[in-house]
Design a protein around this ligand. Structure first.
Ligand SMILES: *Cc1c(COP(=O)(O)O)cnc(C)c1O
Length: 232
């Protein structure tokens, strides 16, 4: 029997909690529902189940669904989590509170340009390539540090909040864990180098690996199919 979105959200939340407790964490872990390929009605079921944070990975799809949802529902928030082209920055920034998939210098420059011109604030996460199979993300730590160098202005409209990664798509738990450990240790070094920034957010973990991510320090997990079922 197919379980409801509400039951699925509760089950995911319980698994997050158990992972937090067994790893001795006392801080909160945010649950994002990744709603790509799912309808407004399904998103509303997730809202009813207590979800307020959503993730979409395509600009066009976000534009089709979220203006309507924002008009109907208070207190919900959307993050961009997919590869973003520079010419789409102007369409997505007005819709999201955070762009998690910032993976190159030219994209940062474009976001800064747009947000300064509009006097519009947006949070960003730097996406880091930590595993073999993933295609996106900054490839090495030096690039990440150079990107952060562009974001040191405290008056800037573009606010760096931390890091995002995708673990390799594999059943090998060790490889997955290693990927999350890499992101965590890079965050520690970035914080030392940029002590004035609040680089607290670690967005890692999806349906297949969010418990490992919580054990390794994720502050935000991005869960799609474990909440909405498989995408068609
Ligand atoms: C689709 C997607 C997710 C969620 O994937 P599931 O395996 O369905 O949980 C998380 N993060 C990103 C960047 C995605 O594109």
């Amino acid at each position: 029997m197919k379980i409801t979105v509400k039951e699925a959200v509760q089950a995911v939340q319980e698994r997050i909690n158990s992972a937090r407790i067994r790893s001795g964490r006392t801080d909160a872990v945010k649950l994002m529902a990744v709603s790509k390929f799912h309808s407004i009605q399904e998103i509303e079921q997730a809202i009813e189940a207590g979800i307020s944070l959503f993730g979409e990975n395509r600009v066009q799809e976000a534009l089709l669904k979220f203006p309507e949802l924002f008009a109907a529902r208070k207190g919900i928030e959307l993050h961009m989590i997919g590869t973003l082209q520079r010419n789409k920055v102007k369409s997505i920034v007005p819709l999201v509170s955070c762009i998690q998939s910032v993976d190159r210098i030219q994209l940062i420059e474009e976001i800064i340009r747009f947000c300064s011109a509009r006097q519009k604030k947006v949070d960003i996460l730097l996406e880091v390539h930590t595993g073999e199979e993933s295609k996106s993300g900054f490839l090495d730590e030096e690039q990440v540090m150079r990107a952060l160098d562009l974001l040191t202005d405290p008056a800037s409209f573009v606010i760096p909040r931390g890091f995002m990664t995708m673990a390799p798509f594999t059943n090998n738990e060790n490889d997955i864990r290693l990927s999350f450990k890499k992101l965590y240790s890079m965050q520690q070094r970035a914080r030392q180098r940029f002590p004035s920034m609040q680089l607290d957010e670690l967005s890692m973990g999806m349906s297949n690996d969010f418990e490992i991510a919580v054990e390794e320090g994720a502050t935000l997990v991005r869960v799609g199919s474990a909440i909405f079922g498989n995408r068609e």
